[in-house]
Design a protein around this ligand. Sequence first.
Ligand SMILES: Cc1ncc(COP(=O)(O)O)c(C=O)c1O
Length: 377
Amino acid sequence: MPDSLKQDIKAGKIPLLDLTPEIEALWDELLKAIQGVLKSGQFILGPNVKAFEEEVAQYLGVKHAIGVNSGTDALVIALRALGIGPGDEVITTPFTFFATAEAISHVGATPVFVDIDPQTFNINPELIEPAITPRTKAILPVHLYGQAADMDPIMELAEKYNLKVIEDTAQAFGGEYKGRKLGTIGDAGCFSFFPSKNLGAFGDGGLIATNNDEIAEMARMLRVHGARQKYYNEIIGYNSRLDEIQAAILRVKLPHIDEWNEARRQAAKRYNELLKDVPGIRTPYEVPYAKHVYHQYTIRVMNGKRDNVKQFLADEGIGTMIYYPVPVHKLPVYANSNCHLPEAERAAGEVLSMPIWPEIAEETQIHIARGLEEALA
Ligand SMILES: Cc1ncc(COP(=O)(O)O)c(C=O)c1O
């Protein structure tokens, strides 16, 4: 365990996320995997990346998995591979990490923001159809906090209007929608292995999942400067490869992801029970047809008290986070779109993500729940 974290815990501080139990449990295996890469002398797109791609494809039940440098790059490359570019519009949610919209802008397309469902925080499918124009080429739902966006109506609209669907699954590795793995329902699913994600590397990493051979081939080209064959570059691409050390680490972790996600669900259940009678908050709504993987356990703090509650908890040594304080359509680069999306704007003022990780102890959660009660008293 890093000394800084040991000191924090000794001082009674509770972090938002503690990765150390996971690292400690797998310490020997992780070291062996990293040493194996060092001994092999192959550091980029070698046997570990290939094996990891096959293992993820099998886990997700999808034909192709293509490792890239980050979740952001996965989105950019998936959009490019689907032929989305200048002049096109992509419908997405404003209540997400900036990278979702940034990727759309990077390929020269325009993000069109549609408001969220206040219960799930995910894009409201009922509001998508009115936003479709002749320029709309794709819908990009985000499975925020680890909970599935409502994919059936999204796929129906995509079929009706001949649109592509790209799932931003950065926060939802292992999550499900009606028995199907998230990231495998649309044309392409984009994953992030940023260290804090449910399946996290020890640096940046990302992946595109698809059942479509052409998208896969294009994505494989785009990640290596647009070349099918080295030095015979055909299109303008990127340098966006998953490296061997990250792939080797992810291969050690992948077999544990279901057990870790289940532990997160159990932790969420405990929070729900502990917080059920606390006035002035709303615990997360879990849609019955999906398997939430609780990348975040995010409550709403009502009546304008969120920032005070966050500060109170911080003073008690309890780490919390606001994902996200400004909805993307209100950030300076998109603010000229002038749109008003009341549910996303309301959520930005009310959400508070509580500490969660697979091994979080019940006593820790009881302490946090007490802190929350005091903050609201
Ligand atoms: C919803 C969402 N989309 C995209 C990304 C981008 O992933 P990365 O940080 O790996 O580029 C993230 C990660 O922070 C995310 O949470």
